[in-house]
Design a protein around this ligand. Sequence first.
Ligand SMILES: Nc1ncnc2c1ncn2[C@@H]1O[C@H](COP(=O)(O)OP(=O)(O)O)[C@@H](O)[C@H]1O
Ligand SMILES: [Mg+2]
Length: 443
Amino acid sequence: MKLLVIGSGGREHAIAWKLAQSAKVTQVYVAPGNGGTAHEPKVQNLDLSEHAALADFAKHEGIRFTVVGPEAPLAAGIVDYFQARKLAIFGPTRAAAQLESSKDFAKQFMTRMGIPTAAYQSFSDPEEAHRYVDAQGAPIVVKADGLAAGKGVVVAQSLEEAHQAIDWMLKDQSFGQAGARVVIEDFLVGEEASFIAMVDGEHVLALASSQDHKRLGDGDIGPNTGGMGAYSPAPIVTPDVHAFVMREVMNKAVRGMAAEGQRYFGFLYAGLMIDPKKGVRVLEFNCRLGDPETQPLMVRLRSDLVDLIEAALAGKLNQTEAHWDRRHAVGVVLASKGYPQAPRLGDPIRGLSNKGAAFSLGQAKRLDSSADHGRFVFHAGTEHQGGELLSSGGRVLCVVGMGDSVKLAQQHAYESMAQIGLEGGQYRKDIAWRARRSNGTGL
Ligand SMILES: Nc1ncnc2c1ncn2[C@@H]1O[C@H](COP(=O)(O)OP(=O)(O)O)[C@@H](O)[C@H]1O
Ligand SMILES: [Mg+2]
């Protein structure tokens, strides 16, 4: 069986690596892929990006199904295009992907369905937006309506910041069409978690819980990034929280989309704010897996991902279970010098072999003689040039460690990271600190 994965990040390396583990799979193509997928066993990069070229390739090669990693191709309608050509693809249509690509659409939808979320209003007229913010007071949150690569949200601590954000988005049109409308919503307190599920139009199969670290600096301070690390499971997602989110968020969303004529297929990600006093509220929906949450999730997934996706494509997720390694997984992102403002590219990366995610750390293997040594490297911004592995993006790679405790998983990740060399490279030293704090023992 041949499969196709769309994307080039650490998430896509992890998806491709996991799909390639399946005994049914002979080849996984990743378009365009990265320096890690280039050397992953049974995986091959594909230098294509146009929907028509990708669909031609899928047809010609007899690709069994395609998995879409990032949001941009979904919002651009790649699923509609493949479906029109009778090609199996796992992801939402362009209309259904509005749950992510329009925050205004998502807020209106949640309100109609009674899905818990912050109170809000949407504006395209700056004067009305300014008046609303003055009436509401700070702190308050201003969000560009459309896709803004994680840069379209301002959590304004003061009225001044909120007014600036409105002008920046609506008047200066810093995000173009994506910022032609803004959602202004109440500031919520609590702890964030990622709730990710697979959806087959009707049924919801939840993946294991996870949590990411968006800020650049230790202690969750500094500028926002694409994500500096993630771990699974996330202890804040207790069985009660899980049950509540399945009932009040996921099932309502999937039934609601179907009832409104937009059946939802694909991964569905609810970004949650969990407050022990006020309960759980949805910050946003994403129509895909998270990056870097996918990396720890894929190493914990024991089930065959091919089976899960085939069950989803057949509308049979209700007859399917996902099995998870009970160990913890902690993923730490290595970013380039200058990330996120001005990442420096083209630096050599040392300490990795070219044997794919599971075996990239030749030395780490010797630290632990068990067959599954619980250490993985998923590439993101890397490329091979003249026999060297070079950085080619802000986030360069993600090292994942597994262990019986959070502490051990962390230790495995950081031991592995210490063996990798990247000049000016930066990584956080405290990934999963919340998980260690919340289990009371520090373990
Ligand atoms: N209503 C809110 N209250 C407090 N913080 C928020 C709120 N909405 C968003 N945030 C913060 O901003 C981040 C980004 O917002 P989000 O809605 O997830 O947009 P995106 O991921 O598209 O940038 C969240 O992860 C959260 O930290
Ligand atoms: Mg988000």
